[in-house]
Design a protein around this ligand. Structure first.
Ligand code: NAD
Length: 299
C-alpha cells in the first residue's frame, strides 16, 4: 500500500522564516524601519508562558524588535486596555498580540476590540474577521494562514476542490473556511452537531481537522488520495506514565489512505509562529506603505 506524502511544516516554516529574515534586513537597510511585535501576557498560565517565550525567541531571530509585556494575574481590565492604547500609538510597534486566554475578570472581546485592526497580527478583531469574510485586505489569523500556505504549496490551485473543515471556532475553523472559499473550494463546515461526520469527510478532497479530540478522524473516513491538514494538538497519556502529542486525525490509519498529510508534531504547529512573524511584517509594510510582497495577504 502506498503511503501519503508527508507535508513538512518544520521545513516549510524554516524557509518562510528565512524569507522573512531577509526581508526584515532589506527594509532595515533601505527604509530604516525595524518591524516590532508587542506580546502581552497576563498571568502565569504555563502553556501561555511557553508560547510567549517561543514567540519572543523567533521574533528576535528574524531581526525584528520584540516587546514583551508580562503583567500580574490581578491586572485590571482598565490597566490592560491602557497598555493596549499605548501600544496602538507607539510607532515602533507594528504588531500587537495579547496571549489568550486572559484571566476571567477581563473581557477578552473588549481586549481584542481595543487593538488597532492594522496592528492586530492575530487577525481576531471584528474588522479583520469582516475583511476576511468579504474578501478584503485585512490580517489573517495565523494558524489558518499557515494551513493555507501548506495546502497551496502542496496542491497549487485549490479551485473546485471539495473541502471539509471540522470545527467552527473563531480561531481556526471559521477563518479556515473563509480562506478555502477564497481559493474557490466548495466548503463544508462540520462541528459537534454534524449528523454524519464520516460521510462528510469521505466526500472531501481536502480535510482540515480542528477539533481538539485526539485521533478522532479515522482512516476509513478519508477519501483515497485526499489532502489532510491536522490542526489538532492534543497531549495524551501513555501506559508507561509518559505522554505524547497527537493530532485530531488517527495518523497511522490516515497515512495509508490520504494522498498527503501533515504530521503532529511538525505539521501546522510550526507554521503558526512563522505566520505571526509574517503578519507583523505585513502590518509593518502597510503602516509604512512599503511596496513589498508581504504587504499582500501572502505571496
Ligand atoms: P475549539 O475547542 O475552540 O473548537 C473545537 C471545534 O470542534 C468546535 O467548533 C466544535 O464544534 C468542534 N467539535 C468538537 N467535538 C466535535 C466532534 N466530536 N465532532 C465534530 N466537531 C467537533 O478548538 P480550536 O481552538 O479551534 O482548536 C482545535 C484544535 O486545534 C485543538 O486541538 C487545538 O489545540 C489546536 N490548535 C492548534 C494550533 C496550532 O498552532 N497548530 C492553533 C490553534 C489550535
Amino acid at each position: 500500500m502506498t503511503q501519503a506524502k508527508l507535508i513538512d511544516g518544520n521545513e516549510f516554516s524554516a524557509g518562510l522564516r528565512e524569507q522573512i529574515t531577509a526581508r526584515v534586513q532589506e527594509i532595515r537597510d533601505h527604509h530604516h524601519v525595524i518591524p516590532g511585535l508587542a506580546v502581552v501576557l497576563v498571568g502565569e498560565d504555563p502553556a501561555s508562558q511557553v508560547y510567549v517565550r517561543n514567540k519572543h525567541k523567533r521574533t528576535i531571530e528574524c531581526g525584528m524588535n520584540s516587546f514583551e509585556h508580562r503583567l500580574p494575574v490581578d491586572t485590571s481590565e482598565h490597566q490592560l486596555l491602557n497598555l493596549i492604547e499605548g501600544l496602538n500609538d507607539d510607532p515602533a510597534v507594528h504588531g500587537i498580540l495579547v496571549q489568550l486566554p486572559v484571566p476571567k475578570h477581563i473581557d477578552a472581546e473588549k481586549v481584542i476590540e481595543a487593538i488597532r485592526p492594522d496592528k492586530d497580527v492575530d487577525g481576531f478583531h471584528p474588522m479583520n474577521v469582516g475583511k476576511l469574510a468579504s474578501g478584503g485586505l485585512g490580517l489573517i489569523p495565523c494558524t489558518p494562514l499557515g494551513s493555507m500556505m501548506l495546502l497551496r504549496d502542496h496542491l497549487g490551485s485549490l479551485s473546485g476542490l471539495k473541502a471539509v473543515v471540522i470545527g467552527r471556532s473563531n480561531i481556526v475553523g471559521k477563518p479556515m473556511a473563509h480562506l478555502l472559499i477564497r481559493e474557490s473550494c466548495t466548503v463544508t463546515i462540520a462541528h459537534s452537531r454534524t449528523r454524519d461526520l464520516p460521510a462528510e469527510v469521505r466526500a472531501a478532497d481536502i480535510v482540515i481537522a480542528a477539533v481538539g479530540q485526539p485521533e478522532m478522524v479515522r482512516g476509513d473516513w478519508i477519501k483515497p488520495g485526499a489532502t489532510v491538514i491536522d490542526v489538532g494538538i492534543n497531549r495524551i497519556a501513555l501506559p508507561d506514565g509518559k505522554s505524547k502529542l497527537v493530532g485530531d486525525v488517527n495518523f497511522a490509519e490516515a497515512v495509508q489512505v490520504a494522498g498527503a498529510i501533515t504530521p503532529v508534531p511538525g505539521g501546522v504547529g510550526p507554521m503558526t509562529i512563522a505566520c505571526l512573524l509574517r503578519n507583523t511584517l505585513t502590518a509593518c509594510a502597510r503602516l509604512h506603505r512599503l511596496d513589498i510582497p508581504e504587504a499582500k495577504p501572502w505571496s
